[in-house]
Ligand binder design. Structure first.
Ligand code: PLP
Length: 405
């Protein structure tokens, strides 16, 4: 939990790129909550869309032959938006559920296709894919896996950016025994913002195709503009078999996630006449009010051209932060892909103290991926505020250094 000097920090209101705490402080929301407040806080338009839907019909299950107009409209809109031909959409209540759903979908797909040995999932060191059952088993951060006893078998972890190691892992396990490769385009919370090495993602996609492995792109953080294009898949020229979405889908106004499937996996379950059924469902899949929030959120994103705003601002953000790497407490500044950047400290304790000290600078920031300060502002942030972030981090570092002397 965020603390100021050890106490819980209560956030009570939000407006644009700012939030307000219970002591009346107005604080720039530097991480956009947990990388979700993309269109900014306090959007009456989204609240009104949700209110309208709640008065009409809160929700109805989208199981079997039932559906609701908001779920149907949003599924069509997403299918048209993703760079995946013939996409099918399965709604969830958030990122972790998208991960669970995707792994089940892929494993069921291989069982249905008679390739029953294909069960293992390859992920990357430092990768983060939520913390439900499969997510906890697959996470590339050892602390998140510890203390639960035996986790699910069939996990293979490879170094972050090493294509040769990825292929070695596939061959060592036996390519006919690997179900999927699951990765983030830009590693977010697990390793504290690590953009992809040149050619890594397309290379990984090619390896998946070569060995018949399902390529799952986790766009829970990067989706809907955060990486400077509508999807990171657009920016890096990827055509994933499955795409995982949440966060920016509603900008956090209500919980909602999605798994988008295309290609062979979609054909297994959704081609006309297929005998295979994906026996999986969630009470709040495609919750009507959450889908209404997502539609209003996407309207804002498109009308205000916020993805272009992010792409235009990414180098300004990085250029401002880079000089911080000269500070003795700073190990590295990472970013350059949209509004996804981090300032990594050498020590976790310093990062935590800087995060606390930022409040006095009028900003909220959080520690992510071990020792890194997360800089991922709402897309509506003013340039002047973007420019103030490095100075505020520098001032907070100064306060912390003075306290440590
Ligand atoms: N995948 C990625 C890349 C994430 O960063 C997260 C959460 O931060 C998740 C999945 C899990 O999403 P949620 O916390 O909504 O369950």
């Amino acid at each position: 939990m965020p603390t100021i000097s050890g106490r819980v920090h209560r956030i009570v209101r939000g407006q644009g790129a700012y939030v307000f705490d219970d002591e009346g402080r107005r604080l720039l929301d530097v991480p956009a909550g947990l990388w979700f407040a993309n269109v900014g806080h306090g959007r009456a338009e989204i609240a009104e869309a949700v209110g309208r839907q709640l008065r009409e019909l809160a929700t109805y299950p989208v199981f079997g032959r039932f559906c609701t107009p908001p779920a149907e409209e949003l599924a069509d809109r997403l299918a048209a938006l993703v760079p995946m031909a013939g996409a099918k959409v399965f709604f969830t209540s958030g990122g972790s559920e998208s991960v669970e759903t995707a792994i089940k979908l892929v494993r069921r797909h291989w069982q249905a296709r008679g390739q029953t040995e294909r069960q293992a999932v390859i992920t990357r060191e430092g990768g983060y894919h939520g913390l439900h059952g499969f997510g906890t088993s697959l996470v590339g951060v050892p602390e998140f896996r510890a203390g639960y006893g035996e986790l699910l078998p069939g996990r293979i972890t490879v170094p972050m950016m090493d294509l040769a190691a990825l292929e070695r892992a596939i061959l060592a396990h036996g390519s006919g025994r690997v179900a999927a490769f699951l990765c983030e385009a830009v590693i977010a919370g697990g390793a504290g913002v690590v953009p992809p090495a040149e050619g890594y993602l397309t290379g990984a996609q090619e390896l998946c195709r070569k060995h018949g492995i399902v390529f799952i792109l986790d766009e829970v953080v990067t989706g809907f503009g955060r990486a400077g294009s509508m999807f990171a898949a657009d920016r890096y020229g990827l055509r994933p078999d499955l795409m995982l979405l949440a966060k920016g889908l509603t900008s956090g106004y209500l919980p909602l996630g999605a798994v988008v499937a295309a290609g062979p996996v979609a054909e297994t379950f959704w081609n006309p006449g297929t005998p295979h059924v994906f026996e999986h469902g969630l009470t709040y899949s495609g919750h009507a009010a959450a889908c209404a929030a997502a539609m209003a959120n996407l309207d804002i994103l498109e009308r205000e051209d916020l993805v272009t705003r992010v792409r235009a601002g990414e180098s300004r953000l990085l250029a401002g932060l880079l000089p911080l790497s000269a500070h003795p407490e700073i190990a590295e500044v990472r970013g350059g892909t949209g509004f996804l950047a981090a300032v990594a400290c050498h020590e976790l304790e310093v990062a935590a103290q800087v995060a606390d000290a930022m409040v006095a600078e009028g900003m909220l920031i959080r520690v992510t991926g071990g020792n890194a300060l997360q800089v991922s502002p709402p897309f509506v942030i003013e340039d002047a505020d973007l420019d103030r972030i490095p100075a505020a981090i520098s001032a907070a570092l100064g306060r912390v250094a003075r306290r440590r002397v």
